[in-house]
Design a protein around this ligand. Structure first.
Ligand code: PEP
Ligand code: MN
Length: 263
């Protein structure tokens, strides 16, 4: 169902009023995790002002350590929805448990399947059944073939609204959190009609590398980016070191506009 052979033209995924795919560039932005009502309101205002069109914020966090902040749960989704409505952005958040899907569907405009759950097939089936838009992140060690088969699980369960996300893969290199596989963007576009975006935040884990890699992703033809932004990155409950300051995000948005009018 995802194959380019089966469908030649690019799929355009609609998330609320936002369209993703083709030559458009859609920017998703927000904190790694929703931490409080004030925090998400402040970040939503600044990313919207800078030009983001979809608001991200984790409420159920798949943390490496069980002692790390796990997210605010449903309360986080309430704040995220309120912020999205106030600033006119559809919202996305990660789902980790199939039993949360009906509850989360009431708040979200798009589900996020995280890298750790890319091959959680039971989760994919339940999320696919909703027919809602889904952002499917590439697994930590997944080949492109495995990633596209995961998209196939979503699509065969009932949604045709799938956006892929390259977020870096695990290699021997430890200087960055992951290794951004830039070539995956044109490769995936050859293999599938689904839109593909990039996540420069999780791909690098390093704030100063987020902007250069964002521009590389746009130049490589990505249909968008998902970028972590925090109003106080040094106090963030998760992923502070890779979160942009709002002023850095603003500059990045200007650079993307300059680049995409040249390309
Ligand atoms: C996230 O988006 O905050 C996240 C956990 O990403 P990934 O699943 O790509 O690690
Ligand atoms: Mn994160």
């Amino acid at each position: 169902l995802a194959s380019r052979e089966l469908k030649k033209e690019d799929t355009i995924v609609s998330v609320g009023k936002v369209k993703i795919g083709g030559n458009r560039i859609a920017i998703f932005a927000g904190p790694c995790a929703v931490e409080s009502r004030e925090q998400i309101m402040s970040i939503a205002e600044s990313v919207r002002e800078a030009g983001a069109v979809i608001l991200r914020g984790g409420a159920f966090k798949p943390r490496t350590s069980p002692y790390a902040f796990q997210g605010l749960g449903e309360e986080g989704l309430q704040y995220l929805k309120e912020a999205g409505e106030k600033f006119g952005m559809p919202i996305i958040s990660e789902v980790v448990n199939p039993s949360d899907v009906p509850m989360m569907a009431k708040y979200l405009d798009m589900f996020q399947i995280g890298a750790r759950n890319m091959q959680n097939f039971e989760l994919l089936k339940v999320v696919g059944k909703t027919g809602m838009p889904v952002l499917l992140k590439r697994g930590l060690c997944a080949t492109i073939e495995e990633w596209l088969m995961a998209a196939e699980y979503l699509m065969s369960s009932g949604t045709d609204q799938v956006v892929l996300c390259e977020r870096g893969i695990r290699t021997y290199e430890r200087a960055t959190r992951n290794t951004l596989d830039i070539s995956a963007i044109p490769m995936v576009q050859k293999m599938t009609h689904l839109p593909v975006i990039g996540d420069p935040s999780h791909a690098t884990g390093v704030r100063d590398m987020v902007s250069p890699m964002s521009l590389a992703l746009v130049a490589s033809g990505a249909s968008g980016l998902i970028v972590e932004v925090h109003n106080h990155p040094e106090k963030a409950f998760s992923d502070g070191p890779q979160s942009l300051y709002p002023s850095q995000f603003e500059k990045l948005m200007r650079d993307i506009q300059a680049l995409s009018s040249v390309v």
